[in-house]
Design a protein around this ligand. Sequence first.
Ligand code: NCD
Length: 357
Amino acid sequence: MTTGEHDSQVSQPNPFLTQYVPPRIDGSFTGKHIITVDQFARKDLQILFDAAASLRKRVHESDRGLVELCNSKVMASLFFEASTRTDLSFQAAMRRLGGKVISASNGVQFSSVYKGENLADTVRAAGCYADVLVLRHPQLGSSYEAAYYLDKLNQRIQNPTVIISGGDGIGEHPTQALLDMFTIYDKKKQFNHLTVTMVGDLRHGRTVHSLAKLLTHYAPEQVTVCLVSPRSLTTPREIVARLQASGISVFETSELQAVLGQSDVIYWTRVQEERFAADPQEYEAVKDDFIITPAVMRHAKPDAILMHPLPRKHEMGTRSDHDILDEDPRAVYFEQMENGMFIRMALLAKVLRGVYV
Ligand code: NCD
């Protein structure tokens, strides 16, 4: 798919990544763009988790009915990269809040992006019509550029628009990390002496980048983070440094068996094939390094939880491995997926209305 003028630049970080400073939440979500987990303090996470738990209860009790907190609001969905869960859960979240969803009729590739329109203009067009935009884009830092230009637009139009990132390239995926933390919190109830093991493509996996940053809020509670990856796909150094600076014990290895038996949370990830366009051989060399199967899960703790942001491919073995793993009570990725809708409902309600849920 073309990404307008960014086609040739998508492999480079967007310059706004270092120029635009996103607002901190600091207890108040209303009207704030959500583009990095760095905006959240621990108390903000708790506000959001409480809201998501309350919304989950209300949705379940009403037989998946509506919780009409965003009746008059419109969300624009702008996905320049493939998505199932993020796209559908944001759309479902908005509709369950009573809001409406718009998107380019035949997908963003048939919007004016096809004619070569740049991101700043596409985003401002959507900003003229919608109250909130959800943007997924292949370029690292693209959501920073979108936020910058929406701020400019907001000075000129009557009703301001916020952007929520649905993932920017190999950078961050803030709402995924929020739902991941919510799931850990929900399943484990506390963070004391918790060992979180992330496995797979830790270099390109934006979900692990955001989740690792959020875990730094729980350092005083003796969280240990194990980072298991092929040597060529280790976690970016600045994220490892952030973890260590927070007081978290970090253990990097390419040997899963060194840490599997001690892990309370096993966060499995896909090797991000689409990030190897320049070197498909490199993908071939690492794609089978870490495969979680029912046999591997025999070495995990009985009360561990197995998470995965999905989609899954062969890093979870064959289809019959999937079927067996899905029956394992430790596999929580479907609850994790459902939680995505509740976290996004909470976030949309807070950002659009600041409502107490
Ligand atoms: C992830 C993503 O897009 O980063 N998926 C998701 O949003 N649930 C993980 C992936 O694609 O592997």
